[in-house]
Design a protein around this ligand. Structure first.
Ligand code: SF4
Length: 373
């Protein structure tokens, strides 16, 4: 099983595609190391994210509790505070770190509302490498505002020896956004096609399966069905800053329990959990997020091995490349009409809304606009 801990909803970026920063949690409410001790052992990928996890002064304590529980422990960060991750890397060099980066230079800073963000995070990742980090990389949300930046970002990461992970715009209750759709889905799909081709040409096996992940993103952008059915609540859950356990971060109605109120086994074997697994089976959201898609791509029996579908796709397309043929992706994308969508607004230097004080405000922070759509 994979698990994500949303350690806080506080964030000091001001992203155009995620408005968590407008709805921060109170530090006194956030899950503590003592709460997280209750999570099960034997997790495959355990991701500590936010909001921005480095705003938690006890991040090292969280890592100390969670590191022994996971084969791979990951910190997803905006990358503005590498100095706070450095002690963690010195102690646990194989902790995986991904810094969010949307473009080269000032374009990143505009999209993410970060003054000097590009320079800070590239220097920060190098700093973690010097500290001994072994699994470092950037993570990019592919969107209309950075389509021409995807290949340069991939190239820069490759040259520096960093990993390059991608996702596509999506709406989720925790983002407090409902307009995260491509302005131009055809251009977005074509950018993904270019990245898929480059990743398949690389010598990295990881990149070949990332290419398949990007194929899934292309399907999502084009409104096609998921490549592999979702396994949230069975192979993946996420724990929010209040200790609530959700099947995924898109649907707040898939709430399985709370680690402060019940033991893990109770939550996992409850009737509510069984009902939620049924709901996941018939979910029509058709999302393809890194967390749940990566989990769905792996064998349920041997987690280091991919499922047959991605494996066959990779083998077929490596063979096509060897024979001088193009990668097999959907050729129809060249003929699809674009759909108009609202453009996103940039929030450079925007102020944080005051923290929630009433129950209604707290619920809004917790569940976003999902129930008001
Ligand atoms: S497909 Fe449905 S259940 Fe699965 S992650 Fe997406 S919204 Fe959640």
């Amino acid at each position: 099983m994979d698990l994500t801990v949303i350690s806080t909803y506080r964030c000091d970026s001001r992203c155009s595609m995620c408005h968590i920063w407008k709805h921060p949690t109170l530090p006194k409410d956030e899950v503590t190391p003592d709460d997280l001790v209750k999570l099960p052992d034997g997790i495959d990928n355990l991701n500590i994210t936010g909001g921005e996890p480095t705003l938690r002064h006890d991040l090292l304590n969280l890592v100390e509790v969670l590191y022994p529980k996971a084969k791979t422990l990951e910190i997803s960060s905006n990358g503005l505070h590498a100095q706070r991750i450095e002690p963690i890397i010195r102690k646990y060099p194989n902790v995986k770190v991904r810094f969010s980066l949307e473009a080269l230079g000032e374009r990143n800073d505009a999209i993410r509302g970060e003054k000097g963000g590009f320079a800070t995070k590239t220097a920060g990742l190098r700093r973690l490498r010097e500290a001994g980090g072994t699994d470092l990389g950037f993570a990019t949300v592919i969107q209309d505002d950075n389509l021409d930046q995807i290949l340069p970002l991939y190239e820069m990461s490759r040259k520096e020896g960093f990993e390059f992970a991608t996702s596509a715009l999506h709406n989720a209750f925790q983002f407090h956004k409902s307009d995260n759709v491509p302005y131009d889905r055809v251009a977005t799909a074509k950018a993904l096609r270019g990245l898929i081709a480059e990743m398949m040409k690389s010598r990295s096996v990881k990149n070949w399966f990332r290419a398949y992940m990007n194929l899934g993103l292309m399907h999502k952008v084009l409104g096609r069905d998921r490549l592999i059915p979702c396994t949230a609540a069975t192979d993946f859950v996420f724990v929010d800053p209040w200790g609530d356990v959700f099947a995924c971060n898109v649907r707040p109605d898939l709430l399985m329990g709370n680690i402060r109120e019940a033991a893990w086994d109770q939550i996992w074997t409850s009737e509510a959990a069984a009902t939620i697994r049924d709901q996941v089976g018939s979910c029509s959201q058709n999302c393809w997020m890194v967390t749940t898609a990566r989990t769905a791509m792996r064998s349920p029996w041997i987690s280091s091995v991919p499922k047959l579908e991605p494996l066959l796709w990779v083998l077929e397309n490596k063979a096509r490349l060897a024979l001088g043929m193009d990668i097999r992706v959907d050729e129809r994308i060249d003929h699809l009409p674009a759909i108009a969508a609202p453009k996103r607004v940039f929030y450079m230097n925007a102020n944080i809304r005051r923290v929630p004080t009433t129950a209604a405000e707290r619920d809004y922070t917790r569940f976003g606009t999902y129930f008001n759509r």
